[in-house]
Ligand binder design. Structure first.
Ligand code: NAD
Ligand code: UDP
Length: 320
């Protein structure tokens, strides 16, 4: 990884969400002033409650589909619901958040000549024919399906980032994040890792969609945050897109079995229909991140799951 950079005034949109809250913590730890902006759609104040008294931390309720006038040096644009359950709840708002939100944050970056990073996603590859996925792959995305509000919104945001870069010489960074998990996911987030852990800890049935033969590659949150910060500070400049994820690939059944074993749960696995357009396989090729950022994930699935289970164990028992 690169040497530790000079502290900045950093804006984190979506800062009270799962990834955003970890990023705010990390930026404060390196000495930044952090402005956390969130509309609390899926994020929670409790995720950043421990930061509220910090002299260099500020929390602002704001929806990024509206313009924002603040003064910062770095913008991390993370605002957007990431769980299929939540981004499909109000698909029009999801696309607006990705597209209008990107335009607003890019406009802010242009006025300030600030560096801006976009939290893009492996979903830009859709249901991929290339495996593992490299950044040069253009993807196979359904433009009119139930996942399209998110996938196409994120693709359009990438287009906007590169057009602002070419047209206005903006300093951009685009990270394509693969499935990331860890403490502070919402118990009702709806994504697979949190669903399975919560179900196992409660002794409820583990809900596998389809046959469970579809694969995902799971990255632990601390690794991902290190990658995001590394990309933002990369020297020489690196626009990306850069894949950030853990190449360890597992079927959803394997994930269920790991969770059952590590929780010691007696939960049974039940199968329900596979949602439409659910990608069959996903694994990041991270050669570019290795070469340009000197980054690679360190926390393997079993270790990350143990930490996440410990978090949910406490979170669920204190909620009872
Ligand atoms: P999350 O749902 O926990 O966080 C998203 C945050 O954005 C929430 O705090 C939410 O309230 C906020 N938000 C949503 N719409 C907003 C709006 N219009 N204005 C202001 N705030 C808004 O999800 P996450 O996992 O922390 O994801 C963060 C970012 O990373 C998202 O952009 C997501 O697309 C991207 N990403 C995450 C993953 C992952 O596996 N966690 C994978 C790929 C990409
Ligand atoms: N999934 C599942 N059971 C659940 C939640 C998700 O089997 O309770 C599956 C889902 O169909 C997908 C994979 O797990 O194949 C990952 O789903 P998630 O919503 O976490 O993220 P995605 O990568 O699909 O956006």
């Amino acid at each position: 990884m690169q040497a530790s950079p000079t502290p900045c005034r950093s804006l984190v949109t979506g800062g009270s969400g799962f990834l955003g809250s970890h990023l705010c913590e990390r930026l404060l730890a390196r000495g930044d002033e952090v402005l956390c902006v969130d509309n609390f759609f899926t994020g929670r104040k409790s995720n950043v409650a421990h930061l509220l008294d910090h002299p260099r931390f500020e929390l602002m309720r704001h929806d990024i589909t509206f313009p924002l006038y603040v003064e910062v040096d770095r913008i991390y644009n993370l605002a957007c619901p990431a769980s299929p359950v939540h981004y499909q709840h109000d698909p029009v708002q999801t696309t607006k958040t990705s597209v209008h939100g990107a335009i607003n944050m890019l406009g802010l970056a242009k006025r300030l000549r600030a560096r801006i990073l976009q939290a893009s996603t492996s979903e830009v590859y859709g249901d991929p024919e290339q495996h593992p996925q490299q950044e040069s792959y253009w993807g196979r995305v359904n433009p009119i399906g139930i996942r399209s509000c998110y996938d196409e919104g994120k693709r359009c945001a990438e287009t906007l980032f590169f057009d602002y870069h070419r047209q206005h010489r903006l300093d951009i960074r685009v990270a394509r994040i693969f499935n990331t998990y860890g403490p502070r996911m919402h118990p009702k987030d709806g994504r697979v890792v949190s669903n399975f852990i919560v179900q196992a800890l409660r002794g409820e049935a583990i809900t596998v969609y389809g046959k469970g033969t579809q694969t995902r590659s799971f990255c632990y949150v601390s690794d991902l945050i290190e990658g995001l910060q590394g990309l933002m500070e990369a020297q020489p400049d690196c626009t990306g897109p850069v894949n950030l994820g853990n190449p360890g690939e597992f079927t959803i059944i394997e994930l269920a079995e790991h969770v059952i074993r590590l929780t010691g749960s007696r939960s049974k696995i039940i199968f329900s229909p596979l949602p439409s357009d659910d990608p069959a396989q996903r694994q990041p090729d991270i050669q570019l991140a290795r070469a340009t950022l000197g980054w690679e994930p360190r926390v393997q699935l079993q270790e990350g799951l143990k930490k996440t289970i410990a978090y949910f164990d406490i979170a669920l028992s204190s909620a009872n």
